[in-house]
Design a protein around this ligand. Structure first.
Ligand code: PGA
Length: 277
């Protein structure tokens, strides 16, 4: 019995998602000003783009106020897996929802590296976020050593499978984003080749099919409410290469989201591409 091969999904191209990960790069005042500029500049986009801004925790309330009514969503950069308790420094998914977040980045390689988060922690966080109807932006990706050894497909498949181990397929009303971010392309200014991103998006697609296929589900399908994104040195010049096709549905942007002109140029490129397809 061989593995089911997932055919490429044949469904209308969804509204592209562009997520800004501001990391620990901006003060509250800078984040608020940047959110205002993005909100104002995004009004003239030629097609809908789901924009998500992820500031540092203390900037969430002021950025939320700026975004109110704009259609731009608010996201956090991490969440804990429990709702309440003696967890100094942690922030619960329900508190994030109360603060106005709709999205939360989980398992980013910087947290895996600096905060020693492993797949088990990431998995508990994903299911806690889904329970609170936050959309997890689950980050997966191999290191340069993994890639040099040719292990990227196995590593990424394992990360996806382990991160979703405790989660049933996202139910109606729940959504999940999986961002493929090769660690060696983050913050380097050197994005990977679009074909490499597409190959890995297909690997993630197949992992989802294998995970969530169950009796009664259509063979070769994955939940409709799961989007696959690419991240790692995305900018206005290269973004369109990463969102064409029906497998990748958007991008996760760090450095190029920190400057209003750069980010708005990127958003316009995404919207123009969406308008043309
Ligand atoms: P980058 O960061 O765009 O600066 O590479 C992406 C990320 O870390 O999510």
């Amino acid at each position: 019995m061989g593995r089911k091969k997932a055919p490429l999904p044949r469904r209308p191209v969804a509204v592209p998602t562009v997520i800004a990960n501001w990391k620990m790069q901006l003060s509250i005042r800078e984040a608020t000003r940047l959110a205002q500029a993005i909100r104002d500049g995004a009004r003239s986009l030629p097609a809908p783009v789901q924009i998500v801004l992820c500031p540092t925790f203390p900037a969430l309330p002021s950025v939320r106020d700026v975004l109110r009514g704009s259609g731009i969503a608010l996201g956090a950069q991490d969440a804990f897996w429990d709702e309440r308790g003696p967890f100094t420094g942690a922030v619960s998914p329900s508190t994030l929802a109360e603060a106005g977040c709709q999205y939360v980045i989980l398992g980013h390689s910087e947290r895996r590296r600096f905060a020693h988060e492993d797949d088990e922690a990431v998995s508990k966080k994903v299911s806690a976020a889904l329970r609170r109807h936050l959309t997890p932006i689950l980050c997966v990706g191999e290191t340069l050593d993994d890639r040099r050894a040719g292990h990227q497909e196995r590593i990424v498949t394992e990360q996806v499978v382990r991160a979703l181990a405790f989660s049933p397929p996202p139910a109606t009303g729940q959504r999940l984003c999986i961002a493929y971010e090769p660690v060696w392309a983050i913050g380097t200014g050197q994005a990977i080749e679009p074909e490499q991103a597409l190959t890995m998006a297909k690997v993630i697609h197949q992992a989802l099919v294998d995970l969530f296929a169950h009796p009664g589900s259509e063979i070769g399908t994955r939940p409709r409410n799961v989007k696959i994104l690419y991240g790692g040195s995305v900018d206005a010049e290269n973004v369109v290469q990463f969102i064409s096709g029906t497998i990748t549905h958007g991008v996760l942007v760090g450095t190029a989201s920190l400057d209003e002109r750069r980010f708005l140029t990127l958003l316009h490129a995404v919207a123009r591409n969406a308008a043309a397809t």
